[in-house]
Structure formats: structure tokens, C-alpha cells
Design a protein around this ligand. Structure first.
Ligand SMILES: [Fe+2]
Ligand SMILES: [Fe+2]
Length: 338
């Protein structure tokens, strides 16, 4: 498996241009603090989401030609904060604040929240009628997260008290294959990509991913990298696990319908079983456990789950609407082998 090293993508506007230009120079030089920005739709703003994605990505991966010392450069952190502000505000606008009575049982509240998933029926569409091209596009969108699956939530580990920490570790141990690299979920996803004739190199499709897809990863990176958002990170993971089992069965079915074998479907099949277990650990032991130990973050746990569903819904809606118009949902379509 190739080591994590990405190329700087092409900038998509003045913010990403300024950031990438500075990153190619000496650490902490040449990056002025940003003026307050006020994009019309921060979640779909290509320039903002790509710049933010790179500002977070430097914590996960090497970037060719970029000095690793940039990671904690004060000017980068200040610049990133200027990007985070409008994004966080836009997400907060989408999310209903937690009701007082929900806080009495965070596990039960999470179950009610995921039962009202605002997203379009993307997995059902792909299962029953998605074309090969659309199924592959969906895999390319997901690669932004799945090739580093579990990593954003791992930032929360040292920030949790013992009981929820143990629950998080129980989930994460499975995500990382219980110490067996061949069973690591990010590795299984890479195998799916290879079996589908896609490039499984980390970051290979970054230039093709639209803002709404980058936003789904930026959301969880932001939760993971800020200790003050540990509740939201936990709620995001709980929401993720609780909405994973059934869609993953459908994605696997979509691939089977199109004639792909076990190599391609293993990642999805694995999640049908694993996440049926994870959803209970995540809702009750992890989220419920954290709310019991630190009631002051209970509302943010529910925020994290709702934010996940809303931002994922934006991305899924983009895919469905692009396909309805007969267009690619990527910025540049991938070639599909006949
Ligand atoms: Fe997983
Ligand atoms: Fe899982």
C-alpha cells in the first residue's frame, strides 16, 4: 500500500491559491491572516472547502513539496480559523438545537435522530438502478473519507474519560482490523477501488471531488481536531455507525447486480455485520457514557449526529441531482472500463 502522500491540488479560487502558494514556501512565512469571509453558501463553496480540506489534511498526510513543520505554524492555524468560522456557522444553521428532554437519554435521542435521516434515498437508488458509472462515482466520493476511515474520530481518544474511551476503542479496534492490516477498513476500501478499476492511491481523486463532498470530511476533521468539539465527534461517529448497516448492504447489492465479486463487495459486506454491533456500542456506551460523565457536552453529541446527517444529505442530494440532469457528480468524470 502506497504511503500517504498527496499532491497539492489545483486551487479553486483566491483562498486556496493563497494557501497553496504559501505552503510551497518556508513554514509560517507568506500567509497573511485572512480578512473575514462571508461566502453565500460555505458548504458548497469550492474555494473555501478545498482550502479547509488542505489545512486539515496536513495533520493526516504528507503533501509533496510542503514542509511538515507547516502543521503547527501559527499563520496556518489563524488562516484555518478564518475558514472554519463561516463553515461552522453554516452547519449550525442547518442543525436544530437539542431539546432539553433529549438530553435525559442521549442514546434514545440518537435513535430518534437517525430515524428521521433527512437525506435522499441514495443507497436504494444505487442498489436498484444505479449505472456502473454512478456506482463508481459514489465510490470515488466516499474515498475522501474511507481511505482514512476511523482516523478523524481517533483524535477524540485522548480527550475522553475512561468509560466512553473504552467504548470508542472497541469500535476503532474493529475499524483498524483488530491489528490485522488486511482487515483494516481503509484497506478493504482500497481493495474495493482496485477491484472496480479505480485508483486506490490516497488523495488520487482530490481534484475531482466537489465542495459538498469535501465538506463531509471537513466536518468530522473539525470535530476531531478541536477538543471543545469532542461531544460532536462522538455524536458524529454514533450517527455514522447507526446509519451504516443498511446502506452498506445496498451498496454491496449494487455491485453484485453489476456483476462484481467478493473483492469489490467485501468492504460493504463487512460493514453490514460490524456496524450492527457498532451502532449499539456507539449510541449507548460511547455517546451515552460521555453524556453521563460530561453532561455539559451532551447537547453537542446530538449536534454532531444531526450535523453529520445534514451535511451528508447535501452531498447525497448533489449526487442524485447531478445524475437526474444526466451529468457527472464529480468535477471531472472518471473513465469507466467497459
Ligand atoms: Fe468501518
Ligand atoms: Fe463501524
Amino acid at each position: 500500500m502506497a504511503r500517504r502522500l498527496i499532491e497539492l491540488p489545483a486551487p479553486r479560487g483566491p483562498l486556496s491559491e493563497r494557501l497553496f502558494e504559501a505552503l510551497e514556501g518556508p513554514p509560517n512565512e507568506g500567509l497573511e491572516p485572512p480578512e473575514p469571509i462571508d461566502p453565500a453558501d460555505p458548504i458548497a463553496d469550492e474555494d473555501l472547502q478545498l482550502a479547509l480540506y488542505l489545512a486539515y489534511e496536513i495533520h493526516y498526510t504528507g503533501i509533496r513539496g510542503v514542509d511538515e513543520a507547516w502543521e503547527w505554524a501559527p499563520s496556518l492555524l489563524a488562516f484555518r480559523a478564518g475558514l472554519e468560522r463561516p463553515f461552522e456557522a453554516a452547519v449550525a444553521e442547518l442543525v436544530e438545537p437539542a431539546a432539553e428532554e433529549e438530553l435525559a437519554s442521549v442514546g434514545a435521542a440518537l435513535q430518534a435522530i437517525v430515524a428521521e435521516d433527512p437525506g435522499p434515498p441514495l443507497s436504494r437508488y444505487l442498489e436498484t438502478q444505479g449505472t456502473q458509472e454512478q456506482v463508481l462515482e459514489h465510490v470515488v466520493h466516499r474515498s475522501a473519507y474511507q481511505l482514512k476511515e476511523a482516523d478523524p474520530h481517533s483524535w477524540a481518544i485522548p480527550r475522553l474519560p475512561p468509560r466512553p474511551k473504552a467504548a470508542l476503542l472497541e469500535v476503532q479496534a474493529d475499524e483498524y482490523g483488530g491489528g490485522d492490516v488486511e482487515r483494516m477498513h481503509s484497506v478493504l476500501f482500497a481493495k474495493t477501488m482496485t477491484a472496480l478499476g479505480l485508483d486506490s492511491t490516497y488523495g488520487a481523486y482530490l481534484d475531482r471531488l466537489p465542495a459538498v463532498t469535501l465538506a463531509t470530511v471537513n466536518l468530522v476533521s473539525g470535530f476531531g481536531l478541536h477538543r471543545r468539539r469532542r461531544g460532536a465527534a462522538v455524536g458524529h461517529l454514533a450517527g455514522f455507525e447507526m446509519t451504516s448497516s443498511i446502506p452498506n448492504r445496498r451498496y454491496g447489492n449494487a455491485l453484485r447486480r453489476l456483476g462484481f465479486g467478493r473483492e469489490a463487495t467485501h468492504f460493504y459486506d463487512e460493514h453490514v455485520e460490524a456496524d450492527a454491533v457498532h451502532e449499539n456500542i456507539a449510541a449507548w456506551d460511547l455517546a451515552g457514557g460521555l453524556a453521563a460523565d460530561e453532561p455539559e457536552v451532551a447537547a453537542d453529541i446530538l449536534f454532531g449526529a444531526r450535523a453529520l446527517l445534514e451535511v451528508e444529505a447535501r452531498s447525497a442530494t448533489h449526487l442524485m441531482e447531478s445524475w437526474e440532469r444526466g451529468e457527472s457528480s464529480l468535477r471531472d468524470p472518471v473513465a469507466v472500463a467497459a
